[in-house]
Design a protein around this ligand. Structure first.
Ligand SMILES: [Zn+2]
Length: 498
């Protein structure tokens, strides 16, 4: 992630600060966060917000242990290299992720531009090593602060100066409408008013793409920008994330297997990314041999091909609701027994309501899907949706790993609002390379609306070519490396004006 900015940074720094600070060997290191001592290769360090870093950034760092041992619970400390005795922050390695995170450990407001060196230390094992980053002068164009507005259902948090601030009235209306619809889905008999929740639902709008453009914890966080290269219909996304939030608030006790959690969110919101009939889309997957057995994906749902898993999950929920009715389905879903795996949990619930386990229900589900006849448009849409998001994640993996949903940097937002920190969600500087790739994705998303599947295929081939050039040639992420392709300009008449 850092390497694409390296050349300009190195050039600037070697011109401006030729002899100060650490040796030029350190400054010219290809990966500024790389670890100088060989015995620490088992740790990788990422700084956030992502590079390029500027004076004024409030820095966080994520340390990932990639070795074989068990780091769970071990403490790690970070200090400025020239003040090693003064520990800036202490964090512990998670037993699940083998990562330790220093959240907002240093405000660089008063730092000088140049190479900022840190010392990392694991006191228990006496391991100690250095790392660092290049800090550019404070830019005067980075503005923006958290602000919020209350609607009937929700508190909408946004960052001033962004597209969401411009479209605020429209967005307020959308969240109220979609929350009312979602509540009516969860309480079909007697839908409560949108002010049902004593605590308003928190909706956070950010201008950068993280993951596929939305995620939910206690609050729903989603991308809102006119250039949303993840291409998700905003109303569907709002609905999807609000379903997750209501789901969590209604069912605080029982197990909620991911297959059913995502299935209900996609089904209730009307589609995944875009409007679409869940059954026909699952039938299309089956017909094109892209169907993934539920019995194989349920226990590690997020590891399965993302779009296929979500489309099938929505179809399963729609199928079960067709049998049990809406209330019957919600009753089943909110009363799942505890079990040792998601498959065991769902199977036990299905046994109680239908007298069959998941495998038996799936056999009947597939038999039903086989009776459907999705047309060519649906099949093209489904096949290309899978291909496009695979490509989008490939782009994220090699260019913005912190945007890929499996390795995403999505720090908790509430403490950021309290501390007035916006950087992690407000700014992501784009190079011409990023703009070129993202333009191709933007064209693709528009073409899904118009059914221009040929253009989608073409743009996918172009992106594939560019990413392959970068990957196989070990080249920097630069528009030079891919031949600086310019958009085609319309031919001008030979004598303008005549
Ligand atoms: Zn979801």
């Amino acid at each position: 992630m850092l390497t694409r900015f390296l050349f300009p940074i190195i050039t600037i720094l070697s011109l401006v600060w030729p002899a100060s600070g650490p040796s030029s060997a350190v400054r010219n290191r290809v990966e500024p966060a790389a670890l100088p001592e060989s015995e620490q290769v088992e740790f990788s360090v990422e700084f956030f917000p992502g590079s390029p870093h500027y004076v004024g950034d409030v820095l966080s760092a994520r340390i990932t242990y990639t070795g074989e041992g068990d780091m769970g619970g071990q403490e790690i400390q970070i200090a400025l290299a020239d003040e090693p005795e003064q520990v800036l922050d202490t964090a512990s390695f998670s037993r699940f992720t083998n990562q330790a995170i220093f959240y907002w450990f240093l405000n660089t407001e008063n730092s000088r531009p140049g190479h900022l060196r840190f010392t990392l230390e694991i006191p228990e094992t006496n391991e100690k090593w250095g790392t660092g980053l290049n800090l550019l002068p404070n830019p005067d164009w980075r503005e923006g602060a958290w602000d919020s507005v209350h609607t009937l259902c929700c508190t909408l948090h946004y960052i001033t100066g962004t597209d969401s601030a411009n479209d605020l009235l429209k967005l307020q209306q959308i969240v109220d409408e979609r929350s009312a619809e979602a509540l009516a889905q969860f309480f079909p008999d007697d839908p409560p008013d949108v002010s049902f929740f004593e605590e308003p639902l928190g909706v956070v709008l950010v201008p950068i793409v993280v993951g596929h453009g939305g995620f939910a914890r206690d609050e729903a966080v989603m991308t809102y920008t006119e250039r949303n290269w993840a291409g998700i219909d905003f109303e569907i996304l709002v609905h999807h994330e609000i379903v997750h939030v209501i789901d969590r608030r209604v069912n605080t006790e029982g197990p909620r297997p991911s297959l059913l959690v995502e299935g209900i969110a996609v089904y209730y919101s009307g589609g995944h990314y875009r409007q679409g009939d869940p059954m026909l889309r699952a039938a299309a997957l089956l017909e094109m041999d892209m169907y993934l057995p539920l019995t194989e994906i349920t226990d590690d749902f997020y590891a399965a091909q993302h779009e296929i898993g979500y489309m099938q999950a929505a179809a399963l929920v729609a199928y079960l609701e067709g049998i049990l009715g809406r209330e019957g389905y919600l009753d089943f879903y909110f009363n799942l027994p505890e079990g040792e795996s998601p498959t065991a949990i769902i199977s036990a619930g299905l046994e109680a309501y239908l007298g069959m386990d998941l495998a038996a229900v799936e056999t009947e589900f597939i038999t039903y899907l086989e009776t459907l006849e999705p047309d060519d448009g649906i099949k093209d849409d489904v096949r290309l949706t899978v291909a496009v998001y695979d490509m989008l994640r490939r782009y994220q993996t090699i260019v913005f790993p912190s945007a890929h949903f499996r390795t995403a940097w999505w720090p908790p937002i509430e403490p950021m609002r309290e501390a007035g920190i916006v950087g992690d969600y407000a700014f992501r500087e784009k190079s011409p390379f990023d703009i070129i790739i993202e333009n191709l994705f933007l064209e693709i998303h528009t073409s899904f609306e118009t059914g221009d599947y040929l253009l989608i295929e073409n743009n996918l081939a172009i992106i594939d070519d560019y990413l392959t050039t970068i990957e196989t040639g070990n080249r920097p992420f630069s528009h030079y490396a891919i031949g600086w392709p310019l958009p085609k300009l319309p031919a001008l008449p030979p004598h303008p004006g005549r």
